[in-house]
Design a binder for this molecule. Structure first.
Ligand code: HEM
Ligand code: HEM
Length: 174
């Protein structure tokens, strides 16, 4: 069994981490709370939507690579329940990112955004984006932020308290 993740998985992990944090930042800071008649919103959406779709494509690639390549055994934190929680946390991270992408697509299609943002239709954005997909996108984004903070906390705990060199398992250097 390998002692670290493959270079491809590590590269996808760090690239996606940057992109997902960027999408969360853009969503919370530039989109949520900006009125839809503000011209800056159209520009932010023209960045956010392709970024979200690229995240979806890379997440599918990552999932396929992960299923097909050998990976190290799950890290041991010295407690059976916490070990299980760690395994689940990784799957929940995957799931929440997929829910973000899918709810974003449903919301955007429902509001006719592909035509407005990229089709040059010149139509104004709807007054607000509402509906279940908007609600799911908002609630899931906050849940994802909390889980990512926990994930980073766990990595720091491994690295600096348990000193088990966990970060090296996700390193790009060989
Ligand atoms: C958007 C942010 C992030 C997401 C969605 C994320 C997701 C994941 C997932 C799903 C795994 C399991 C391995 C896999 O299946 O690919 C993982 C592993 C890992 N992540 Fe992250 N990650 C994020 C950011 C970070 C950051 C900022 C750090 C640095 C502190 C970090 C450190 C690690 C480490 C060290 C591992 C390896 C854990 C092990 O060996 O079991 N991650 N991450
Ligand atoms: C991992 C991928 C994604 C992340 C992390 C993300 C993140 C976010 C966040 C944090 C918000 C603000 C939500 C709130 O605080 O209530 C937001 C808003 C939004 N997202 Fe995403 N998003 C992603 C993918 C997508 C995709 C693929 C689309 C469409 C193709 C999309 C369309 C939108 C739209 C239209 C809004 C504006 C909602 C409003 O202002 O009322 N998102 N996104």
């Amino acid at each position: 069994m390998p002692t670290r993740y493959s270079r491809t998985l590590a590269a996808l992990h760090w690239l996606l981490a940057l992109m997902i944090i960027g999408a969360l930042f853009g969503g919370k800071v530039l989109l949520d709370g900006t009125p839809n008649d503000d011209p800056a919103k159209l520009f932010s959406l023209s960045m956010h939507m392709p970024l979200g779709l690229t995240i979806l494509a890379l997440m599918i690639l990552r999932l396929v690579v992960r299923m097909r390549s050998a990976k190290p055994p799950h890290a041991d934190i010295g407690n059976a329940i916490l070990n299980k929680a760690g395994v689940w946390a990784h799957w929940v991270l995957y799931a929440l990112v997929f829910v973000m992408c899918l709810s974003g697509i449903v919301m955007a299609r429902g509001a006719g955004l592909p035509d407005i943002v990229f089709g040059g239709s010149g139509a104004p954005l709807p007054e607000v984006f509402s509906g279940p997909a908007r609600l799911v996108h908002g609630i899931t984004s906050t849940t994802l932020i909390v889980l990512i903070i926990g994930h980073i906390g766990a990595a720091v705990y491994h690295q600096y308290v348990r000193k088990d060199g966990l970060l090296a398992r996700m390193s790009l250097r060989r």
